[in-house]
Ligand binder design. Structure first.
Ligand SMILES: Cc1cc2nc3c(=O)[nH]c(=O)nc-3n(C[C@H](O)[C@H](O)[C@H](O)COP(=O)(O)OP(=O)(O)OC[C@H]3O[C@@H](n4cnc5c(N)ncnc54)[C@H](O)[C@@H]3O)c2cc1C
Ligand code: FES
Length: 1341
């Protein structure tokens, strides 16, 4: 019997919805709750509630449904976001507050966010034994700090997290409501809990009474113990062994699972159809505490273990601390300690838990396949050969070390301070010391020591025994540490193929140094010279010595609550345009009711597809076969180029007139990751599984070697042509400019790598064949019109046979422009051929491998300048890797140079080579070209300033344009004097007294802090956008409701909200309470056959283009309706109501639909956007971790159409830019194949990596009637502001290089992204040794 209650329906992201009623689940018992992503990104978080009939208690916890097998929630209740609130029953305050704080854009992450917050509230407000003070009315017992941690495992690519944190903190009893950001509940300085949607704990029933009764009636509770859909649930070790011994057991198809979160780590191994769930075995769930220590059954969850350890001696508390950085809350709630240790033992998993428990002297009890019980030290267990599947880990025992003379520290260096990222290195050290007095003070002697290291590219955690032996009996001095470090470097030897091996070694050194420093007694070294600055965000060292001077200067960078300020200019001129209204449909997004492509119920007979892609960059495809496996039996067919109709063409995408890209590799694969075919199966799961089992035969005979890099392409002259009208003019005479220079830099260089979109909704489409060779394709695309054209061409049918429908897109960022076409086209070919509906939802890995992403670039520059910093000439030679097809790359020179021209270079000459290579074609990604151009400009300015020894901001300021030079560089786009606001904006930030004070404070800080350095920098930006023709259609229905269609797609950028506002404004003259029309407006999905010439969504101006088309349509309607209004008014003496007006117009057969195609004035097709950003960062010299302490952004948004939407765009773009500049490594292998292909290796910003303080000001520059209601774009330009973080990091690194006398301290090349490893390398991998050597030398002298 299987019992499960679902409160709400399955969240919107589920690729293969298991269905709502339990009956549907019954047939899919071993499926995942959501078989979508397997990534632990948090989008599919649900609340699981369990009922214990013995105690009548319900326990609730959040879990990731993509990692949860359906059968593991037998007898549970699962609450989804729709379960806590929805359109029918009303929304929950979590959903309402997320909506009111403008915390949802594309909305794809929002149900998961809701459930993480809701779970945190449930946990905080659960009645606990004893008397705990109640939370103030309207609040939860949740603290602000817990609120931030609540969403620490949830990824959001749109918002930049700040508003999400605000919504979450609005429940926290310790919050100052005035600190919360822009919202719809109150105006500035009027914060009041009573204005927030009321929260009262326990208002949602998470476990229904009927299920309790059902469970109580199962005496003893019935569980599945036999073969029931392939799910086995032994109740004892004996039963487990019987299962192992049965004929039925086969290691290849049967998986032993505890909580199955390991499938989020080893995704490709998920090919089983039978499971043995060991969680029901009582021995595996024991928790025994005694004076000797703590014994934990292997199936105890990490969250439970944290609870147990938190309540103990210092060693236990440190273990708990470290464990709370493992994975994310919703993974820790189910993931077991045993599962983790077995993964470490059997699969070389880079476990934190193994390292920490190893240092704590733990032992494990296992039972082997031959039923032998063994008690081993954890070290012995880890060192055994990988244990067999039938070996069961029963428990782990961690001794109690008491607190006397025992020092225990743990560390981990990972890109995310709160966890949710595997570490580069982790360590745990335990020392037993003795102390006596000596002439200079206390003398600490190490009696015994255990040094454990893991995750550095080693099979499993190890003990550094040689170092331990050396340290035993020693008192710590600089010389002793130096010797220990040297010995350690022999021990830590990352295996072949490990990324950043030297960095990892240096991290291990840093950790040891930090620990030993804390044991030093100050006799051997001057105070304050050796101790690192306490704990740090990413390379966390739990506690250490810190001098009082450092303490005074340091603003702790750890666990600072996120603070923010928003200054926004409102305009009432065009009401309701200009109001910070809530996003259209946001509550639907929060509740999970919003329908994305994959939420459309599968039509009858629907089939599912998964791409098969090449792993070879240049080879003939000779054959496609499958490994004999369960999955291969499920393959219905494979669709390849041969299935394209004879009158069709092998085309998967195209853009403007630039050229096309093939849909299928045929006969040659031209890059690793190229689509070879689509496996078709009955379910998405089988399609995924089969695609993983494919074996492709290649042949490289008579083929040239692939060209993979910019250098290769330049050597072979392989370029894409850029049409002359996409090449900006060069300015002035470079040679003459150089001859006027006092100084010249002749060979500067900088490199920027790629970036992946990381939209939360993967590429997806559903194709349904229709009569008469027609087809309807639901596609998550930014350009339905282009998708329509490509599909038609591929199938060889007229455009009018193809209907592409897009309602909303779960994040695009450019990735669902040309790249979305491939998916739409592939399902269309399959559906056309098979005459059955076909849908496809890419898994994250395939998506990342095929997506392409941002263009990598390599720039060389020569620049001339005067001694006062005035630039006289710049020559830029740049190569960009465009990949195999032209895509949008012909536009890149224009955008790149456009943003670079923000400074007056004197003369500007450039040569940009758009290189054709055998890698996936690069496409538009938010601010394509502009972000690189703007950054390259900053690199050159910094180079100039450091050469002159001048203040960088002074050099920036000196070379900002005046209006005359602006016109020279930008021509018509420069606009009029009042619209050129950049100099004012820059001054406002960089020339303010506050900036000067902060810069001085940074300098003081750096003077007093050796191991942490700060930097501050202010960066201006200029961004040219282009207006495009766009259609709009406004239809008033008989009841007065209004349906609006626009060419643009709602991708999270707030297009629908602005369009609604514009419609109400446009029709407002017909009704005195024009704002009241807002509720009557619905923007409907894009349909390529309903509204034609939709164009594409991109380039930041789609909202204003669409709004303008809507305004024209409204003007047309006003013209038709005004006479009727006037006549009604004349008759009755009062203005008619809206319904009366429309009723009368209907009677008079007035055409109530108006369609317009807006075209920009040829004299005004582009304009410039301006902004500046100051960022202050702190770099940890020991780990390379960067904390962004504060960012202040000022952006000229013109007369904003909706300041809340634009603020969201500014913050979201900035944080996406932070990811690009600091952490996102879209790495490839030697064949150009993406290898950082999932959440495991690709780290977008999370709530703990955004600025601790984020202040944004939207300024309203002079009115400019030529722009749409004087508004400006906001989608892409603010992304460029994130280079201020990179520039500030450079300043901090410069300070570190000065401190440690690293070679060429002032001038150094710092590429993008500046990851932790890069930062540490630039600070000096050997700074610890340098420092210790200098101390030892000083002491000897
Ligand atoms: C998103 C994410 C982030 C993570 N981050 C970290 C991190 O930062 N640091 C870290 O250390 N870990 C991290 N993990 C790993 C996580 O701790 C493990 O996935 C988890 O502990 C495994 O427990 P489980 O119960 O889900 O095991 P399962 O997935 O059920 O099992 C894992 C493996 O162990 C076997 N197994 C399980 N229990 C036993 C047993 N008692 N005896 C024998 N074999 C057994 C299973 O057969 C399977 O092969 C992360 C995981 C995810 C998904
Ligand atoms: S709103 Fe969070 S991913 Fe789009």
């Amino acid at each position: 019997m299987f019992l499960l209650d679902v409160v709400g329906s399955w969240p919107t992201w589920a690729a293969s919805r298991p269905g709502r009623p339990a009956v549907a689940l019954k047939s899919r018992l071993h499926e995942l709750l959501c078989y979508s992503i397997l990534s632990g990104c948090g989008a599919c978080v649900v609340l699981i509630s369990k009922y214990d009939p013995a105690t009548d208690e319900v326990t609730e916890f959040s879990a990731s449904s993509c990692l949860t097998l359906v059968n593991s929630v037998n007898l549970c209740s699962v609450t989804t976001s729709e379960g806590i609130g929805n359109t029918r029953d009303g929304y929950h305050p979590v959903q309402q507050r997320l909506s009111g704080f403008h915390a949802s854009q594309c909305g794809f992450c929002t149900p998961g966010m809701c459930m993480s917050i809701f779970s945190a509230l449930v946990k905080a407000d659960k009645p606990k034994p004893g008397t705990e003070p109640a939370a103030p009315p309207g609040f939860s017992k949740l603290t602000s700090c817990e609120a931030e941690h609540a969403v620490s495992g949830n990824l959001c690519r749109c918002t930049g997290y700040r508003p999400i944190v605000d919504a979450c903190r609005s429940f926290a009893a310790d919050v100052d409501l005035e600190d919360l950001g822009l919202n719809t509940f109150w105006k500035k300085s009027c914060a009041d809990i009573a204005k927030l949607p009321e929260y009262s704990a326990g208002s949602v029933c998470t476990f229904p009474e009927f299920l309790k009764s059902e469970i109580k009636s199962l005496v003893p509770p019935t569980v599945i113990t036999g073969d029931d859909g392939g799910w086995y649930h032994p109740k004892s070790i004996g039963e487990l062994h019987s299962l192992f011994d049965s004929d039925w057991f086969d290691e290849n198809t049967v998986k032993v699972v505890a909580s199955n979160t390991g499938s989020g780590v080893y995704k490709d191994q998920d090919l089983h159809d039978k499971y043995i769930d060991i969680k029901g075995i009582p021995e595996l769930s024991v928790i025994n505490r005694s004076s000797k220590g703590v014994e934990l059954g292997a199936a105890v969850s990490i969250a439970k273990a944290i609870e147990v350890f938190s309540d103990g001696t210092p060693v236990f508390s440190k273990i708990a601390d470290h464990l709370s950085k493992v994975a994310s809350p919703f993974v820790r709630n189910t993931a077991t300690i045993g599962g983790n240790l077995v993964m470490a033992q059997r699969l070389d998993f880079a476990s934190d838990i193994a390292t920490v428990l190893l240092a704590a002297g733990s032992t494990v009890t296992i039972q082997t396949a031959s039923k032998k019980m063994l008690c081993l030290t954890l070290e012995e267990f880890l060192e055994q050969p990988p244990c067999e599947v039938k070996t069961i880990l029963l428990s782990v025992f961690v001794p109690d070390w008491g607190s006397d003379n025992v020092i225990f520290e743990t560390s981990r260096a990972s890109p995310r301070p709160f966890g949710n990222a595997v570490s580069y290195v982790n360590s745990a050290f335990l020392a037993r010391t003795s102390g006596g007095t000596a002439s200079g003070g206390i003398l600490i002697v190490i009696e015994d020591i255990c040094l454990a290291f893991g995750a550095y590219g080693v099979d499993h955690a190890i003990r550094a025994r040689k170092v331990e032996e050396f340290l035993k009996g020693k008192s710590v001095s600089a010389q002793v540490i130096l010797e220990a470090v040297r010995l350690l470097k022999d021990v830590i030897s990352p295996s072949e193929g490990t990324t950043h091996p030297e960095y990892r070694v240096s991290l291990a050194v840093s950790f040891l140094f930090s620990f030993l420093s804390s044991l030093s007694n100050g006799l051997d070294m001057p105070a304050n010279s050796i101790a690192p600055n306490g704990s740090c965000g990413n390379g966390v060292v739990n506690g250490s010595v810190q001098s009082s001077q450092e303490k005074r200067l340091e603003v702790a960078s750890d666990y600072l609550p996120i603070r923010s300020r928003q200054e926004i200019a409102f305009s009432g001129e065009y009401k309701p345009v200009g109001k910070p209204l809530m996003k259209a449909g946001v509550e639907l997004q929060a509740s999970g009711e919003a329908v994305y492509v994959d939420d459309i119920p599968a039509p009858n007979d629907c089939l599912y597809g998964a791409f098969i892609y090449s792993t070879h960059p240049h080879a003939y495809i000779k054959g496609v076969n499958f490994k004999p496996s369960l999955a291969s039996q499920k393959v219905i067919t494979v669709i390849t180029a041969k299935d394209i109709p004879s009158n069709g063409e092998n085309v998967g995408s195209s853009f403007l007139m630039f050229g096309e890209e093939a849909l299928f590799a045929d006969p040659i694969s031209e890059f690793a990751g190229q689509n070879i075919g689509v496996v078709i199966a009955e379910t998405q799961k089988y399609a995924y599984m089969a695609a993983k089992q494919v074996v492709i035969e290649y042949n490289t005979e008579n083929l040239e070697p692939p060209i993979l890099t910019i250098e290769d392409a330049i050597q072979h002259n392989r370029y894409f042509h850029t049409p002359p009208f996409f090449i900006p003019n060069q300015v002035g005479d470079f040679d003459q400019g150089m001859s006027e220079a006092d100084h010249k830099i002749l060979s500067g260089e900088v490199k920027l790598e790629s970036q992946y979109y990381f939209y939360m909704e993967m590429q997806t489409a559903l194709a349904i064949p229709d009569e008469d060779n027609c087809i309807t394709v639901y596609s998550s695309t930014q350009m339905p019109e282009v998708a329509q054209a490509v599909i038609a061409k591929c199938l060889g049918i007229p455009h009018h046979n193809v209907r592409v429908i897009t309602r909303r897109v779960g994040g695009g960022f450019g990735g669902k422009a040309t790249k979305g076409c491939h998916v739409a086209c592939a399902v269309a070919v399959a559906a056309f051929k098979l005459r059955r509906p076909v849908r496809m939802y890419l898994d994250r890995k395939t998506d990342m491998i095929m997506a392409g992403g941002r263009h990598p670039m390599k720039a060389k520059y020569s620049v001339g300048f005067k001694s006062d910093g005035t630039l006289t000439a710049l020559r830029l030679d740049l190569g960009m890797n465009a990949g195999i097809s032209p895509d949008i790359s012909a536009m890149m020179t224009m955008t790149l140079i456009g943003a670079l021209k923000k400074y007056n270079w004197g003369a500007l000459s450039f040569d940009v080579k758009v290189c054709k290579t055998n890698v996936s074609s690069k496409s538009a990604m938010r601010a394509p070209g502009d972000v690189q151009g703007s950054f390259i400009a900053e690199t050159i300015i910094e180079h100039v300033a450091s050469t002159l020894g001048a203040d960088t901001n002074a050099v920036r300021k000196k070379n900002l344009h005046d209006i005359d030079s602006l016109k020279v560089f930008y021509g018509e786009a420069a606009g009029d004097v009042p619209t050129y606001t950049l100099v004012d904006i820059f001054d406002k930030l960089a020339a303010s007294p506050e900036y000067k004070q902060r810069a001085a404070a940074v300098e003081r800080f750096n003077g007093g802090s050796r191991w942490k350095k700060r930097g501050i920098s202010c960066v201006p930006i200029t961004y040219e956008v282009r207006l495009r023709a766009s259609p709009g259609k406004v239809s008033i229905l008989n009841d007065g409701s209004i349906a609006v269609e626009v060419g643009g797609i709602e991708i999270g950028q707030g297009l629908w909200t602005k369009v609604k506002q514009m419609t109400a404004f446009g029709l407002g003259t017909l009704w005195p309470e024009g704002e009241g029309l807002l509720d009557k407006v619905r923007v409907i999905q894009a349909d390529s056959l309903s509204l034609t010439q939709g164009g594409f969504t991109g380039g930041s101006t789609t909202s204003e283009n669409s709004c303008e088309a809507v305004r024209l349509s409204c003007a047309e309607l006003v013209e038709r309706l005004m006479p009727i209004k006037q006549s009604l008014e004349a008759t009755s003496g009062v203005p008619p109501s809206w319904t009366a007006l429309i009723a009368q117009a209907t009677m008079a057969s007035v055409n109530l639909a108006a369609h317009a195609y807006w075209k920009p004035d040829p004299a005004f097709v582009s304009y410039l956007n301006y902004g500046a950003g100051v960022s202050e960062v702190e770099v940890d010299v020991l780990t390379g971790a960067t904390t962004i302490l504060r960012s202040d952004l000022v952006y000229d948004c013109g007369q904003s159409l909706n300041p809340a939407v634009d603020l969201g765009q500014v913050e979201g773009a900035f944080v996406q830019g932070v990811g690009f500049f600091t952490n996102e490594e879209y790495a490839t292998n030697a064949d150009g194949m993406v290898i950082n292909d999932g959440t495991w290796t690709y780290k977008i910003p999370t709530v703990d990596t955004i600025p601790k303080q984020l202040n944004v000001e939207l300024i309203n520059s002079a009115r400019d009637k030529k722009r749409v209601l004087s508004s400006k774009a906001s989608g892409e330009p603010p992304l460029l502001l994130a280079s201020s973080v990179h520039c500030a990091m450079r300043e901090a690194i410069r300070a570190a290089r000065k401190e440690f006398a690293v070679d060429s301290p002032l001038t150094f090349q710092m590429n993008v992204p500046a990851t932790m490893a890069t930062v540490k390398e630039l600070c000096g991998l050997d700074v610890v040794e340098r420092h210790l050597e200098s101390l030892s030398t000083a002491r000897k002298a």
